[in-house]
Design a protein. Structure first.
Length: 258
């Protein structure tokens, strides 16, 4: 980790005690900045897309922008602020309709969830940032605020309290993230041979008589509509909507109860 305290480059950041979104992009003195926060976020996103989140240090980010590390501290006071810039820029790429759309809160939430899931697929570092809490509430940028507005607007007609809706919005992001994490893990470290070996091991373990409930479930024939519901997207929609329904205290849609 690059040590900030050695040089105190953060002294160059205009109004460092303010949220980064409220600071001027240039100080009261000195020349106009050569780079914008948007261009810094874009360059660092490309670095993270290519090399992963671990590659995003102040030194490497500065190199991606084309400036010295000390100069980058004129724009951001810390690596976490840099991650906040990147995450907000990534959220701004989501194509979300103005909610509510009139199609019902479930349809609106599914649209938002699918868009967020796709962003996680395309930018694994973004998934890591969001699921590890590196961007805290003090660093919420304008795109995150706009995104949260879309989520709670989708719930406008749901008979639930404002607190329940905000809690639902927070857990909604976590559920989408968990699906994306599971999907990423399945795609990255499981060869066909490993899948077969794991399936054989599972069958051996639950067939030994010590796991009767698991064995009963695995050996039961699939329901008649299993083929219509077998895709990962169907599971995503079913779990997402049922979970949100429970948090909001409303009955699940019949299309999502099986």
């Amino acid at each position: 980790m690059f040590a900030v305290s050695m040089v105190r480059e953060d002294e160059h950041v205009p109004d460092p005690d303010l949220p980064i979104w409220k600071r001027s992009e240039r100080g009261a003195r000195g020349p106009a900045p050569e780079h914008s926060r948007a261009s810094i976020a874009e360059a660092t996103m490309k670095l993270a897309d290519a090399e992963g989140l671990k590659a995003v240090s102040i030194r490497k980010a500065a190199a991606a922008v084309g400036i010295a590390p000390a100069s980058l501290y004129r724009y951001v006071a810390s690596r976490d602020e840099l991650l906040a810039l990147m995450s907000d820029a990534c959220l701004r790429t989501l194509e979300l309709p103005a909610t509510p759309t009139g199609r019902g809160w479930r349809a609106d939430l599914l649209d938002i969830g699918r868009a967020l899931r796709q962003a996680f697929r395309e930018h694994p570092w973004f998934l890591e940032v969001m699921m590890t809490g590196r961007v805290n509430t003090a660093m919420l940028g304008p795109a995150m605020i706009d995104y949260t507005e879309r989520v709670v607007a989708a719930l406008a007609d749901v008979p639930a309290s404002g607190q329940a809706k905000m809690e639902t919005a927070a857990i909604f992001n976590g559920v989408v993230g968990l699906f994306a994490m599971d999907e990423a893990a399945a795609n990255s470290n499981t060869s066909p041979e490993a899948q077969l070996a794991n399936a054989a091991y599972l069958a051996e373990q639950i067939g030994d008589g010590r796991h009767p409930y698991l064995a009963a479930i695995v050996s039961a024939p699939p329901p008649p509509d299993a083929l219509a519901r077998k895709s990962a997207d169907d599971l995503f929609g079913r779990v997402l909507i049922n979970t949100m329904s429970g948090l909001l205290g409303v009955a699940p849609d019949e299309r999502h109860t099986q």
